[in-house]
Design a protein around this ligand. Structure first.
Ligand SMILES: O=C(O)CCC(=O)C(=O)O
Ligand SMILES: [Fe+2]
Length: 219
């Protein structure tokens, strides 16, 4: 189940893709989820400030792009594979290899081990291997998203990951994606271009358009 930030131009139906209001099963669910998302938005904004300082930019540099964040919260259930499903999907891939789209992903998952796998690429040899990103109690798994890669011209890499769940339990994970604003225009920062060979590797993207394109390809 995906929950999205309210789009600035939400009005009345018929809604455009990714517009409209979230449907919550009940008030208690809404209260708990909203409180979690509010905390994550502060955390995401704090990390953007850290990133600005690390890149020797004014601390609030990214705020113009990320406020209001077009966040997404996803509640995912991975059921155990039945014998029949295993025949069709012997590798047990529950979520295919992809990178996340925006800035930071803050993932809370249950204690299942070996399910979330991250592609590790040796920077010298280029060798690739999948490594487990197992949950650590009291911690989030944090992914770098595509927009951070584009801003930094590849200095920060959006990591490819996938979920392979071969266990007999029903795995639950709840990522919250801290993203740019819908209308934000993202292009490589000059200082990052200078640090990565002097050539821009990415053009300008409008985040909402980028997201729509990704979602259209997924579903
Ligand atoms: O379920 C997980 O651990 C990861 C899910 C994921 O990568 C995603 O929703 O983008
Ligand atoms: Fe992901």
């Amino acid at each position: 189940i995906d929950f999205y930030a309210d789009h600035p131009s939400n009005s009345t139906p018929p809604y455009q893709p990714l517009h409209g209001h979230n449907l919550y099963p009940n008030e208690q669910f809404k209260t708990i989820l909203t409180s979690h998302i509010t905390s994550i938005l502060s955390l995401g904004a704090a990390l953007m400030r850290c990133m600005a300082v690390a890149l020797e930019l004014p601390e609030d540099y990214f705020e113009q792009f990320t406020n209001p964040s077009f966040w997404v919260c996803r509640a995912i259930g991975y059921p155990p594979l039945t014998a029949e499903a295993r025949e069709k999907n012997p590798d047990g891939v529950g979520c295919g290899a992809h990178s996340d789209y925006g800035c930071w992903t803050f993932l809370l998952a249950d204690e299942t081990k070996g399910a979330l796998k991250v592609k590790s690429i040796d920077s010298k040899e280029g060798d690739e291997k999948w490594i487990d990103a197992n949950p650590v109690e009291g911690c989030f798994v944090v992914n770098v998203g595509d927009m951070l890669m584009q801003w930094t011209n590849g200095l920060f890499r959006s990591t490819i990951h996938q979920v392979v769940h071969l266990g007999n339990n029903y795995r639950v994970s709840v990522p919250v994606f801290f993203e740019p604003a819908w209308d934000a225009k993202i292009s490589p920062l000059q200082s990052c271009i200078d640090r990565t060979g002097g050539k821009a590797r990415f053009g300008e993207v409008q985040y909402g358009e980028y997201l729509l394109e990704k979602v259209r390809n997924n579903f």
